[in-house]
Design a protein around this ligand. Structure first.
Ligand code: CUA
Length: 302
Protein backbone atom coordinates (compact mmCIF):
# COMPACT_ATOMS: atom_id res chain seq x y z
CA UNK A 1 0.00 0.00 0.00
CA UNK A 2 3.00 2.28 0.53
CA UNK A 3 5.43 1.41 -2.25
CA UNK A 4 9.08 2.47 -2.11
CA UNK A 5 10.24 0.40 -5.11
CA UNK A 6 9.26 -0.15 -8.75
CA UNK A 7 7.99 -3.70 -8.13
CA UNK A 8 5.80 -2.63 -5.21
CA UNK A 9 4.52 0.29 -7.32
CA UNK A 10 3.26 -2.07 -10.07
CA UNK A 11 1.72 -4.41 -7.52
CA UNK A 12 -0.04 -1.51 -5.79
CA UNK A 13 -1.42 -0.28 -9.16
CA UNK A 14 -2.69 -3.76 -10.00
CA UNK A 15 -4.23 -4.04 -6.53
CA UNK A 16 -6.11 -0.71 -6.85
CA UNK A 17 -7.44 -1.59 -10.33
CA UNK A 18 -8.60 -4.99 -9.04
CA UNK A 19 -10.12 -3.38 -5.98
CA UNK A 20 -11.98 -0.71 -8.01
CA UNK A 21 -13.15 -3.27 -10.60
CA UNK A 22 -14.29 -5.67 -7.89
CA UNK A 23 -16.22 -2.90 -6.15
CA UNK A 24 -17.93 -1.85 -9.38
CA UNK A 25 -18.96 -5.41 -10.28
CA UNK A 26 -20.18 -5.99 -6.71
CA UNK A 27 -22.37 -2.86 -6.92
CA UNK A 28 -23.85 -3.96 -10.29
CA UNK A 29 -24.56 -7.52 -9.04
CA UNK A 30 -26.18 -6.16 -5.86
CA UNK A 31 -28.29 -3.76 -7.99
CA UNK A 32 -29.48 -6.62 -10.23
CA UNK A 33 -30.20 -8.82 -7.18
CA UNK A 34 -32.26 -6.03 -5.63
CA UNK A 35 -34.11 -5.56 -8.91
CA UNK A 36 -34.80 -9.31 -9.11
CA UNK A 37 -36.53 -9.26 -5.71
CA UNK A 38 -38.82 -6.40 -6.85
CA UNK A 39 -39.56 -7.23 -10.52
CA UNK A 40 -42.62 -9.14 -11.70
CA UNK A 41 -41.69 -12.39 -13.48
CA UNK A 42 -44.03 -11.47 -16.36
CA UNK A 43 -42.05 -8.27 -17.05
CA UNK A 44 -39.39 -10.29 -18.98
CA UNK A 45 -39.86 -12.71 -21.79
CA UNK A 46 -37.86 -15.95 -21.90
CA UNK A 47 -35.66 -14.47 -24.68
CA UNK A 48 -34.49 -11.42 -22.73
CA UNK A 49 -33.91 -13.56 -19.62
CA UNK A 50 -31.65 -15.86 -21.69
CA UNK A 51 -29.70 -12.91 -22.99
CA UNK A 52 -29.20 -11.60 -19.47
CA UNK A 53 -27.82 -14.96 -18.31
CA UNK A 54 -25.60 -15.31 -21.39
CA UNK A 55 -24.37 -11.70 -21.20
CA UNK A 56 -23.96 -11.40 -17.43
CA UNK A 57 -22.92 -14.99 -16.73
CA UNK A 58 -20.53 -15.74 -19.62
CA UNK A 59 -19.66 -12.82 -21.91
CA UNK A 60 -19.08 -10.23 -19.18
CA UNK A 61 -16.77 -12.40 -16.98
CA UNK A 62 -14.80 -13.58 -20.03
CA UNK A 63 -14.19 -10.00 -21.20
CA UNK A 64 -13.33 -8.66 -17.74
CA UNK A 65 -11.08 -11.56 -16.70
CA UNK A 66 -9.25 -11.57 -20.07
CA UNK A 67 -8.59 -7.84 -19.66
CA UNK A 68 -7.32 -8.23 -16.09
CA UNK A 69 -5.17 -11.26 -16.95
CA UNK A 70 -3.59 -9.43 -19.90
CA UNK A 71 -2.91 -6.38 -17.72
CA UNK A 72 -1.43 -8.55 -14.95
CA UNK A 73 0.81 -10.49 -17.37
CA UNK A 74 2.02 -7.27 -19.01
CA UNK A 75 3.35 -6.08 -15.62
CA UNK A 76 5.59 -9.12 -15.24
CA UNK A 77 8.35 -8.92 -17.91
CA UNK A 78 9.80 -5.56 -16.78
CA UNK A 79 9.80 -6.79 -13.15
CA UNK A 80 11.72 -9.94 -14.06
CA UNK A 81 14.12 -8.45 -16.58
CA UNK A 82 17.74 -9.33 -15.77
CA UNK A 83 19.29 -6.53 -17.81
CA UNK A 84 21.04 -3.54 -16.21
CA UNK A 85 21.77 -5.22 -12.89
CA UNK A 86 23.77 -2.86 -10.65
CA UNK A 87 24.22 -5.08 -7.61
CA UNK A 88 23.93 -8.75 -6.67
CA UNK A 89 23.02 -9.97 -3.20
CA UNK A 90 22.85 -13.63 -2.15
CA UNK A 91 20.37 -14.43 0.58
CA UNK A 92 19.80 -17.77 2.21
CA UNK A 93 16.78 -18.33 4.46
CA UNK A 94 17.66 -20.50 7.44
CA UNK A 95 15.71 -21.58 10.54
CA UNK A 96 15.16 -18.72 11.64
CA UNK A 97 17.44 -16.07 10.30
CA UNK A 98 18.83 -14.70 7.01
CA UNK A 99 22.36 -15.26 5.72
CA UNK A 100 23.25 -12.32 3.46
CA UNK A 101 26.35 -12.06 1.24
CA UNK A 102 27.66 -9.26 -0.89
CA UNK A 103 30.59 -9.24 -3.24
CA UNK A 104 32.83 -6.17 -3.14
CA UNK A 105 34.30 -4.72 -6.31
CA UNK A 106 37.64 -6.28 -5.31
CA UNK A 107 35.91 -9.68 -5.40
CA UNK A 108 35.85 -10.31 -1.63
CA UNK A 109 32.72 -11.91 -0.19
CA UNK A 110 31.21 -10.05 2.76
CA UNK A 111 28.82 -12.08 4.83
CA UNK A 112 26.38 -10.64 7.33
CA UNK A 113 22.99 -11.54 8.74
CA UNK A 114 19.45 -10.24 9.08
CA UNK A 115 20.16 -6.88 7.48
CA UNK A 116 20.24 -5.81 3.85
CA UNK A 117 21.43 -2.45 2.63
CA UNK A 118 20.78 -1.21 -0.89
CA UNK A 119 21.70 1.85 -2.94
CA UNK A 120 18.64 3.89 -3.97
CA UNK A 121 17.58 3.90 -7.63
CA UNK A 122 19.69 0.89 -8.61
CA UNK A 123 18.53 -2.48 -9.83
CA UNK A 124 19.40 -5.31 -7.47
CA UNK A 125 19.34 -9.02 -8.29
CA UNK A 126 18.75 -11.28 -5.31
CA UNK A 127 19.77 -14.95 -5.52
CA UNK A 128 17.58 -16.77 -3.03
CA UNK A 129 18.02 -20.23 -1.60
CA UNK A 130 17.74 -22.26 1.61
CA UNK A 131 19.68 -25.14 3.21
CA UNK A 132 16.79 -26.51 5.33
CA UNK A 133 13.09 -25.89 4.58
CA UNK A 134 11.13 -23.59 2.28
CA UNK A 135 11.15 -19.94 3.32
CA UNK A 136 9.82 -16.95 1.42
CA UNK A 137 11.71 -13.70 0.98
CA UNK A 138 9.49 -10.63 1.16
CA UNK A 139 10.14 -6.89 1.44
CA UNK A 140 6.57 -5.56 1.02
CA UNK A 141 7.61 -1.93 0.45
CA UNK A 142 9.95 -2.90 -2.41
CA UNK A 143 8.20 -5.69 -4.31
CA UNK A 144 6.72 -9.15 -4.45
CA UNK A 145 7.75 -12.25 -2.55
CA UNK A 146 9.76 -15.22 -3.85
CA UNK A 147 10.13 -18.66 -2.28
CA UNK A 148 13.54 -19.86 -1.09
CA UNK A 149 13.65 -23.56 -1.91
CA UNK A 150 16.35 -26.03 -0.77
CA UNK A 151 18.37 -27.27 -3.74
CA UNK A 152 17.55 -24.43 -6.11
CA UNK A 153 18.26 -20.75 -6.54
CA UNK A 154 15.46 -18.34 -7.37
CA UNK A 155 16.04 -14.82 -8.62
CA UNK A 156 14.25 -11.65 -7.61
CA UNK A 157 14.86 -8.18 -9.06
CA UNK A 158 14.09 -5.14 -6.95
CA UNK A 159 14.67 -1.44 -7.47
CA UNK A 160 14.17 0.79 -4.44
CA UNK A 161 13.05 4.33 -5.30
CA UNK A 162 13.21 5.92 -1.85
CA UNK A 163 15.75 5.97 0.95
CA UNK A 164 14.65 4.75 4.37
CA UNK A 165 14.40 1.68 6.54
CA UNK A 166 11.91 -0.99 5.59
CA UNK A 167 10.91 -4.32 7.04
CA UNK A 168 11.46 -7.69 5.43
CA UNK A 169 9.83 -10.91 6.57
CA UNK A 170 9.56 -14.61 5.93
CA UNK A 171 6.23 -15.23 4.20
CA UNK A 172 6.12 -19.03 4.24
CA UNK A 173 5.55 -21.09 7.40
CA UNK A 174 8.93 -22.68 8.13
CA UNK A 175 8.67 -24.04 11.66
CA UNK A 176 8.10 -22.95 15.26
CA UNK A 177 9.75 -19.53 15.07
CA UNK A 178 8.63 -18.60 11.54
CA UNK A 179 7.08 -15.39 12.91
CA UNK A 180 10.42 -14.43 14.50
CA UNK A 181 12.31 -14.35 11.21
CA UNK A 182 12.46 -10.75 10.02
CA UNK A 183 15.12 -8.42 8.71
CA UNK A 184 15.79 -4.74 8.22
CA UNK A 185 16.26 -3.26 4.76
CA UNK A 186 18.09 0.06 4.67
CA UNK A 187 17.99 1.96 1.37
CA UNK A 188 20.72 4.59 1.23
CA UNK A 189 22.55 6.84 -1.24
CA UNK A 190 25.28 5.19 -3.36
CA UNK A 191 28.08 6.95 -1.41
CA UNK A 192 26.72 5.91 1.97
CA UNK A 193 26.23 2.37 0.67
CA UNK A 194 29.82 2.12 -0.61
CA UNK A 195 31.13 3.39 2.70
CA UNK A 196 28.97 0.92 4.63
CA UNK A 197 30.09 -2.04 2.48
CA UNK A 198 33.75 -1.06 2.88
CA UNK A 199 33.26 -1.02 6.67
CA UNK A 200 31.54 -4.41 6.61
CA UNK A 201 34.42 -5.89 4.57
CA UNK A 202 36.96 -5.01 7.27
CA UNK A 203 37.91 -7.52 9.98
CA UNK A 204 36.38 -7.12 13.43
CA UNK A 205 37.39 -4.34 15.79
CA UNK A 206 39.62 -5.38 18.65
CA UNK A 207 38.06 -5.04 22.12
CA UNK A 208 38.91 -1.67 23.65
CA UNK A 209 37.90 -1.87 27.30
CA UNK A 210 38.81 -4.49 29.90
CA UNK A 211 35.17 -5.54 30.04
CA UNK A 212 35.15 -6.14 26.28
CA UNK A 213 38.40 -8.09 26.52
CA UNK A 214 36.88 -10.33 29.20
CA UNK A 215 33.86 -10.73 26.94
CA UNK A 216 36.01 -11.81 24.01
CA UNK A 217 37.78 -14.37 26.21
CA UNK A 218 34.44 -15.75 27.43
CA UNK A 219 33.16 -15.83 23.83
CA UNK A 220 36.14 -17.87 22.64
CA UNK A 221 36.38 -20.06 25.78
CA UNK A 222 32.72 -21.14 25.62
CA UNK A 223 32.88 -22.43 22.06
CA UNK A 224 30.85 -19.65 20.38
CA UNK A 225 33.40 -19.71 17.56
CA UNK A 226 32.32 -23.22 16.56
CA UNK A 227 29.14 -21.73 15.03
CA UNK A 228 29.92 -18.04 14.62
CA UNK A 229 32.57 -16.24 12.66
CA UNK A 230 34.25 -13.07 13.86
CA UNK A 231 36.69 -12.21 11.09
CA UNK A 232 40.12 -11.39 12.46
CA UNK A 233 39.79 -13.75 15.46
CA UNK A 234 40.02 -17.52 15.81
CA UNK A 235 36.20 -17.76 15.75
CA UNK A 236 35.50 -19.14 12.28
CA UNK A 237 32.25 -21.15 12.51
CA UNK A 238 29.83 -20.96 9.61
CA UNK A 239 26.71 -22.64 11.05
CA UNK A 240 25.30 -19.50 12.64
CA UNK A 241 25.27 -15.81 11.71
CA UNK A 242 28.57 -14.01 11.03
CA UNK A 243 29.13 -11.68 14.01
CA UNK A 244 32.07 -9.65 12.66
CA UNK A 245 30.03 -6.42 12.74
CA UNK A 246 27.04 -7.55 14.78
CA UNK A 247 27.27 -4.44 16.98
CA UNK A 248 26.42 -2.22 14.00
CA UNK A 249 23.17 -3.99 13.16
CA UNK A 250 19.74 -2.54 13.79
CA UNK A 251 18.22 -5.64 15.40
CA UNK A 252 19.27 -8.85 17.10
CA UNK A 253 17.98 -12.42 16.57
CA UNK A 254 16.44 -11.64 13.14
CA UNK A 255 14.31 -8.65 14.05
CA UNK A 256 13.25 -10.10 17.41
CA UNK A 257 15.17 -7.82 19.81
CA UNK A 258 16.66 -4.32 19.67
CA UNK A 259 20.45 -4.42 19.22
CA UNK A 260 21.45 -3.09 22.65
CA UNK A 261 23.72 -4.52 25.34
CA UNK A 262 20.80 -5.69 27.45
CA UNK A 263 19.29 -7.60 24.52
CA UNK A 264 22.63 -9.32 23.79
CA UNK A 265 22.81 -10.43 27.43
CA UNK A 266 19.24 -11.76 27.40
CA UNK A 267 19.71 -13.49 24.07
CA UNK A 268 22.89 -15.37 25.04
CA UNK A 269 21.45 -16.44 28.40
CA UNK A 270 17.87 -17.24 27.30
CA UNK A 271 17.86 -17.77 23.52
CA UNK A 272 15.28 -20.57 23.54
CA UNK A 273 12.82 -18.56 25.65
CA UNK A 274 13.03 -15.67 23.21
CA UNK A 275 12.94 -17.80 20.05
CA UNK A 276 11.37 -21.26 20.58
CA UNK A 277 13.31 -24.18 19.04
CA UNK A 278 16.21 -21.93 18.04
CA UNK A 279 19.38 -23.87 17.16
CA UNK A 280 21.57 -21.75 19.42
CA UNK A 281 21.59 -23.23 22.94
CA UNK A 282 20.92 -20.88 25.86
CA UNK A 283 24.09 -20.22 27.84
CA UNK A 284 22.21 -19.89 31.12
CA UNK A 285 25.06 -21.56 33.01
CA UNK A 286 27.28 -18.51 32.51
CA UNK A 287 27.47 -16.00 35.35
CA UNK A 288 25.77 -12.59 34.99
CA UNK A 289 29.26 -11.04 34.91
CA UNK A 290 30.31 -13.24 31.98
CA UNK A 291 27.07 -12.60 30.08
CA UNK A 292 27.49 -8.88 30.66
CA UNK A 293 31.08 -8.93 29.41
CA UNK A 294 30.11 -10.89 26.29
CA UNK A 295 27.25 -8.50 25.60
CA UNK A 296 29.62 -5.54 25.79
CA UNK A 297 32.14 -7.29 23.53
CA UNK A 298 29.52 -8.12 20.86
CA UNK A 299 27.93 -4.65 20.98
CA UNK A 300 31.43 -3.24 20.47
CA UNK A 301 31.81 -5.14 17.15
CA UNK A 302 30.67 -2.15 15.09
CU1 CUA B 1 11.36 -18.78 7.28
CU2 CUA B 1 9.03 -18.69 7.64
Amino acid sequence: MNPAGTGAQSIAELFWWMCGGGLLIWAVVMGIALYATQAHPEAHGIRSARWLILGGGIIFPVVVLTGLLTYGLMLMPPLRSTTDIDLRVDVSGEQWWWRVSYQTEAGAVVELANEIRLPVGERVAFSLTSPDVIHSFWIPSLGGKVDMIPGRTNELMLEPTETGTFRGACAEYCGTSHALMNFAVVVMTRDAFDQWLAEQAKPAQQPETELQQAGQQAFLANGCGACHQVRGTEADGTVGPDLTHVGSRLTLAAGTLPADVDAFRRWIGHSSEIKPDVRMPAFGMLSEAQLNAMAHYLKGLK
